[in-house]
Design a protein around this ligand. Structure first.
Ligand code: FAD
Ligand code: FES
Length: 344
């Protein structure tokens, strides 16, 4: 058997070098080697993994990735999450960050069950051979059968030694990945999981009063974060505010395990918000939903004490951006106390 081809990547001016297996991306190879390159979405959307290629050749997985502006392209900048080295390379990056605590591992996993949660959200449970090592709030890259589509999904459970990875997925009409997940994948199907990734995981140090803000597709990450707080030995000292947002009441789902986890926490407050003007009306008020966007619900329900909390958020970029603006610019919350990875 021949060994897989590897290319050596050198980070200019740092003395750092790591091997990248053929077909792997520069970003993932760095993280697998414990080298902390900056990144967020791992999908080509956010631009936080931009770098300069000084020597060598790379294949660009997604040449039209929105994470690069026209100016970036004119200057020859590239995305580490989309670059597959084809030769030894020398790259220039911004500052290296600390090493990943769990290095990402690529492995096959089998779909074990699918549970409907709402009209357009389901929880998919996969089982892999090795333990599932990740922190609450992190995500994995899921490659569907055939290898054509790979997307990021946040784990909705906790790291475990049974190899179980759960994801809450919201259907995107006509979406390439969600169409396969919802319409074609049956228990027994094999996918490839690569992970964990992401920085928006539950912090073990610091404030025990936390806010978890979940907009639509962000529910899984926030469920995992609440479960993570409740699993801590000092859970009784934690206060958690969980905000769930959707367009109408039909989009909302608060999982039973979150309610159970609340019994182990000092306090769990669940707030719901619906934004759709037409549907919100009297029904929303009767159901106790806040009427408006998720960030407006956070501002309203926590008025006067917004700087007391550490915030975790997941969901569409418009929602996390609005929350970040409202908290950091509007309310003076320290940016270091707001954690989210852009879903772009
Ligand atoms: C960090 C992160 C965590 C996420 N967690 C969740 C989650 O827990 N639950 C959930 O429902 N969704 C989550 N998403 C969104 C998810 O990854 C998909 O974007 C979503 O399911 C729609 O995928 P689709 O293929 O069905 O839709 P499509 O509309 O076909 O594609 C959706 C997105 O994929 C991007 N895309 C297009 N081509 C590529 C490519 N070659 N490589 C990578 N991306 C490409 C596009 O920018 C587009 O916005 C997350 C996204 C990120 C970045
Ligand atoms: S564009 Fe590479 S991490 Fe977001």
């Amino acid at each position: 058997m021949t060994a897989p081809t590897e290319h050596l990547v050198s980070v200019d001016g740092t003395g750092v070098r790591f091997a990248c297996a053929e077909g792997d991306t520069l970003l993932r190879a760095a993280l697998r080697a414990g080298v902390g390159l900056g990144y967020e979405c791992n999908s080509g959307g956010c631009g936080s993994c931009r770098y300069d290629l000084l020597e060598g050749e790379v294949h660009d997985r997604r040449p039209d990735a929105p994470g690069l502006s026209a100016r970036d392209r004119r200057r020859g900048r590239r995305l580490a999450c989309q670059s597959e080295p084809l030769s030894d390379c020398t790259v220039r990056v911004g500052a290296l960050t600390g090493p990943a605590r769990h290095r990402p591992l690529r492995q096959t996993a089998v779909l074990r069950s699918v549970t409907p949660l709402t009209h357009d959200m389901r929880e998919f449970a996969f089982v892999a051979r090795t333990h599932a090592g990740f922190r609450p709030g992190q995500y994995a890259m899921v490659t569907l059968p055939g290898g054509q589509v790979e997307r990021a999904y946040s784990m909705s459970n906790l790291g475990n030694c049974h190899g179980e990875w759960r994801f809450v997925v919201k259907r995107v009409p006509g979406g390439r990945s969600t169409s396969v997940l919802f319409d074609a994948l049956a228990p027994g199907a094999e996918v490839v999981l690569d992970g964990p990734f992401g920085h928006a995981h539950l912090r073990e140090e610091g404030a025990r009063d936390i806010v978890c803000a979940a907009g639509g597709s962000g529910l899984g990450a926030m469920v995992s974060t609440v479960l993570g707080a409740a699993a801590r030995p000092d859970a009784g000292e934690w206060t958690v505010h969980l905000f769930c947002g959707g367009r109408t009441g039909e989009d909302l789902h608060v999982p039973e395990q979150v309610v159970r986890a609340g019994r182990r926490l000092g306090a769990l407050h669940v707030h719901t918000a619906v934004s759709d003007e037409d549907a919100a009306g009297g029904d929303a008020l009767r159901a106790g939903h806040f009427r408006g966007f998720l960030h407006e619900a956070v501002l309203d329900r926590l008025a006067g004490r917004l700087t007391d909390f550490t915030y975790y958020a997941a969901g569409p970029p418009a929602m996390t951006d609005a929350l970040a603006r409202a908290l950091v610019i509007g309310a003076g919350v320290d940016a270091d106390r707001l954690h989210y990875d852009r879903f772009c």
